[in-house]
Design a binder for this molecule. Structure first.
Ligand code: HEM
Ligand SMILES: *[C@@H]1O[C@H](CO)[C@@H](O)[C@H](O)[C@H]1NC(C)=O
Ligand SMILES: *[C@@H]1O[C@H](CO)[C@@H](O)[C@H](O)[C@H]1NC(C)=O
Ligand SMILES: *[C@@H]1O[C@H](CO)[C@@H](O)[C@H](O)[C@H]1NC(C)=O
Ligand SMILES: *[C@@H]1O[C@H](CO)[C@@H](O)[C@H](O)[C@H]1NC(C)=O
Length: 326
């Protein structure tokens, strides 16, 4: 009994000190070292999102790709070099965008406090702020800070670590578990597919040649398939995009799950969430709106803490697209 209360007290104390959730990440890490940092991110994001409403989708996908390859260390932001092809130039990079926005925020922050705020933290903060500016007016999740930037980015690691849209449930589960995320996180985070767009070639096998016999995926809603066929030119249409949510991508809410249970998930990886009892139960729970926002915020925090570099690991890049020269 005594030991239990002691342990509880320790957990509470460490949470109070900011050490729960994100390991060594903390709330407002830059409070003293660069007090304006978070405000600069917010102001810049307000300006950029006003001009480019698609930014929340671009940034959250970039943050996801960053965290799944070498942890959330800003490696997705690095350019290729003469000797190494970077994550950004690998196949899953398709339609990643918003690098210029991160660079712009970084430049503004460097002008106030040079060499203090990491690119990995800027991406995490910018993603959260893009969502609140565009959709809900309030931050939907808390971003703990103190991430440091990695010095390595390789295209082959992006290919090996990012789940492709053709993955089945077992493969998706493995992919998320390899990042210490659960099936619950998988189902929750997949709802990001209620905003943004996807290219035809990433799902058109479901429309035109599912098993190699010129057939359609039987788990895809036939009416929705007919609609998609009016958009996509064929199996190798790499230029047309459609909204991931057929009910519109202008809101961020739990619509994803209502769409999904009508068999209107766009990718096989979306449809895969209906193929096990466990994941189907989570889908049904998340159709409850209030619960959804809480769960989404918690899973975003867990994603944002994947294998982070803290303390004296890594570096604080001066420019997000290149490692420091020292
Ligand atoms: C579960 C495994 C996942 C798979 C297989 C997957 C796959 C994909 C694919 C293939 C696209 C379309 C890319 C294109 O055509 O340009 C896409 C788009 C997108 N994904 Fe995922 N994704 C997954 C998880 C996530 C997660 C965890 C998030 C964020 C939390 C996310 C956020 C997005 C967003 C917002 C878009 C739209 C991007 C845009 O409009 O440019 N996805 N995803
Ligand atoms: C994605 O990678 C390809 C090479 O595989 C490259 O040509 C393209 O510019 C990259 N796209 C972005 C947005 O970085
Ligand atoms: C998922 O895909 C893997 C690899 O293709 C395959 O071995 C496995 O049998 C599939 N699992 C299910 C449940 O379809
Ligand atoms: C459909 O898939 C089969 C088997 O992979 C292939 O032989 C055939 O050429 C494909 N059809 C088209 C139209 O690409
Ligand atoms: C689609 O959007 C409409 C209007 O916003 C909403 O009433 C309806 O419930 C949505 N459909 C699904 C399946 O979520």
């Amino acid at each position: 009994m005594k030991t239990t209360s002691f342990l509880v007290a320790c957990v509470l104390l460490s949470c109070f000190l900011g050490a729960c959730h994100g390991g060594n990440l903390r709330k407002n890490f830059y409070r003293n070292s660069c007090p304006q940092a978070e405000a600069i991110v917010k102001t810049k994001i307000q300006q950029h999102v006003a001009a480019r409403p698609e930014l929340p989708a671009k940034l959250i996908r970039m943050h996801f790709h960053d965290c799944f390859v070498r942890g959330c260390d800003g490696s997705v932001l690095l350019d290729s070099t003469a000797t190494s092809k970077a994550e950004k130039d690998s196949i899953p990079n398709l339609s990643l965008a918003g690098y210029d926005v991160i660079d712009d925020i970084k430049a503004a922050i460097e002008a106030k406090c040079s060499g203090i705020v990491s690119c990995a933290d800027i991406l995490a903060l910018a993603t959260r702020d893009a969502f609140s500016v565009r959709f809900n007016n309030v931050p939907l999740w808390e971003v703990l800070t103190g991430r440091r930037d990695g010095r390595v980015s390789t295209a082959s690691e992006a290919l090996a670590n990012l789940p492709p849209p053709f993955f089945n449930f077992t493969q998706l589960k493995q992919s998320f578990e390899s990042k210490k995320l659960t099936v619950h996180d998988l189902v929750v985070l997949s709802s990001a597919h209620t905003i943004g767009v996807g290219h035809c070639n990433l799902f058109s096998n479901r429309l035109f040649n599912f098993t190699g016999k010129g057939d359609q995926d039987p788990s895809l809603n036939p009416t929705y398939a007919d609609f998609l066929k009016t958009k996509c030119q064929g199996l190798s249409d790499t230029t047309t995009t459609v909204e991931l949510d057929p009910n519109g991508s202008t809101k961020f809410d739990n619509d994803y799950y209502n769409i999904l249970v009508q068999n209107k998930g766009l990718f096989q990886s979306d449809a895969a969430l209906l193929t096990t009892k466990t994941s189907r139960n989570i889908v049904n729970e998340l159709r409850n709106q209030n619960k959804f926002y809480t769960e989404f915020g918690q899973s975003m925090q867990r994603m944002g803490a994947i294998e982070v570099l803290t303390g004296s690991a890594g570096e604080i890049r001066h420019k997000c697209s290149v490692v420091n020269s020292n």
